[in-house]
Design a protein around this ligand. Structure first.
Ligand SMILES: [Mg+2]
Length: 330
C-alpha cells in the first residue's frame, strides 16, 4: 500500500470535487446558451412552418440577421446574473446594474449589440436606470406582464444556492425576489419557483425522477398561493402524455415552462430535448433556453454536441465565467 500524505489526498479529492462542480455549472449555463442560439434564427416562426422545415442544426441569420452561434437576451441576462453572483453573494442592485449595462451599453452580448429585449424587462430596467425604484420593486406587477423573462434567467441563482447549500426557505425567497427585478406578479414568481425546484433536484441527482420530485415539492410549497392554479397541468401525473398540439410555446410564462418541461420529459438526450423545443415554434429561443438549462443539468455538459458549442460566440468568455463562479462559491 502506498503511503499518501493526508494533505495531498485532500488536495486531490478537492480538485475532483471542483471539476465536477464546474461541469455542472457549464452543463446548465452552456445548455441554456446553446439552446437559445438554436432558437434565435427561427424566433416567432409558426409551428406548421417548422414542421415543413424543422431546425436540425445550428444556423445563422433568419429572424435577427445574426451569424450562427449568436445568443440573445435570455443568455445575456443570465450571464449578467452569473457575473454578479461571481462576487460570492446575492446583491440585487448589482444584478440590476449589470442588466442596465447590457441594455444600455451592449455588455454581455455576442457582438456588442442588443438585438432583442422583452417589453417587461425593458420597463423594469428603465425603472431602475431612472432611479425610480429599488431593484426588487422594479418589476411590473400587472397580470398581463407574465412573460417568461424572469424564468429564463433564474438558473444562475439556483446554481449559486446549490453550491452554497442554502436552506430551501432561503433560496425560494431569493428566487421570488429575483423574479421581482423584472416580473413581480405572483404567477411569474411561482413559475420561477417551480423551475427552480426542478433544477435544484436535478443538480442534486441527475435523473428523470428529480423532475417529478421537484414538481411535487413545488406543488406542495405553493399550495396556498392563489396563482398556482395556472400551473395545474404540470402537477397532473399525466402531463408528459399530453399531445404536442396541446402544448403551447408562446412567451407567456405558463406556456413556456410547460413546453420546456414537456420537451424534457419526452426526450432521451440534450439534443432531442432542445430541438424539440425549438421546433414547437413561437418563442423558440426562450422555450429552448429554459429546456436547455434543465437538459444540461440532466444529461451533463458532455452531452451538449461539440459542433454546436464550437460555434457559440464568446464561448471561452462564457466558460471562463463558469469556472470563476465555481471558484467563488465553493
Ligand atoms: Mg431571446
Amino acid at each position: 500500500m502506498t503511503f499518501v500524505p493526508e494533505g495531498i489526498f485532500f488536495e486531490l479529492s478537492g480538485g475532483l470535487y471542483m471539476s465536477r462542480y464546474i461541469d455542472k455549472i457549464k452543463g446548465v449555463m452552456m445548455g441554456h446558451v446553446v439552446a437559445d442560439a438554436l432558437g434565435v434564427p427561427v424566433e416567432f416562426s409558426d409551428r406548421y412552418e417548422l414542421d415543413r422545415n424543422p431546425v436540425t442544426k445550428m444556423m445563422g441569420y433568419g429572424t435577427y440577421n445574426v451569424p450562427e452561434g449568436s445568443w440573445s437576451d435570455d443568455s445575456s441576462m443570465a450571464i449578467a446574473s452569473l457575473d454578479s453572483l461571481c462576487s460570492g453573494r446575492v446583491d440585487f442592485d448589482d444584478m440590476m446594474e449589470r442588466f442596465c449595462a447590457w441594455f444600455k451599453k451592449g455588455e454581455y452580448t455576442p457582438h456588442g449589440v442588443v438585438f432583442d429585449i422583452g417589453n417587461t424587462c425593458a420597463f423594469a430596467i428603465d425603472n431602475y436606470y431612472g432611479g425610480k425604484r429599488p431593484a426588487t420593486r422594479c418589476g411590473d406587477e400587472g397580470e398581463y406582464s407574465n412573460g417568461n423573462g424572469s424564468v429564463m434567467r433564474m438558473h444562475p441563482l439556483v446554481l449559486y444556492a446549490y453550491a452554497k447549500n442554502l436552506p430551501s426557505d432561503e433560496w425560494i425567497e431569493l428566487v421570488a425576489q429575483c423574479s421581482c427585478l423584472t416580473h413581480a406578479h405572483e404567477r411569474s414568481e411561482i413559475g420561477c419557483g417551480i423551475y427552480s425546484f426542478i433544477l435544484m433536484r436535478l443538480l442534486e441527482s441527475a435523473d428523470v425522477e428529480s423532475v417529478y420530485r421537484g414538481l411535487g415539492e413545488a406543488k406542495e410549497f405553493y399550495s396556498n398561493y392563489a396563482e398556482v392554479k395556472h400551473y395545474s397541468r404540470l402537477f397532473d401525473g399525466s402531463f408528459k402524455e399530453l399531445k404536442r398540439h396541446e402544448i403551447k410555446s408562446s412567451g407567456y410564462v405558463v406556456d413556456s415552462l410547460e413546453a420546456a418541461v414537456w420537451c424534457l420529459l419526452n426526450s432521451d438526450s440534450y439534443s432531442e430535448c432542445v430541438l424539440k423545443a425549438v421546433n414547437l415554434g413561437g418563442d423558440t429561443d426562450t422555450v429552448a433556453a429554459i429546456a436547455g438549462s434543465l437538459a444540461g443539468a440532466l444529461y451533463g455538459y458532455e452531452a451538449i454536441p461539440e459542433e454546436w458549442l464550437s460555434v457559440i460566440k464568446r464561448r471561452d468568455y462564457l466558460e471562463d465565467m463558469c469556472v470563476r463562479a465555481a471558484e467563488a462559491w465553493i
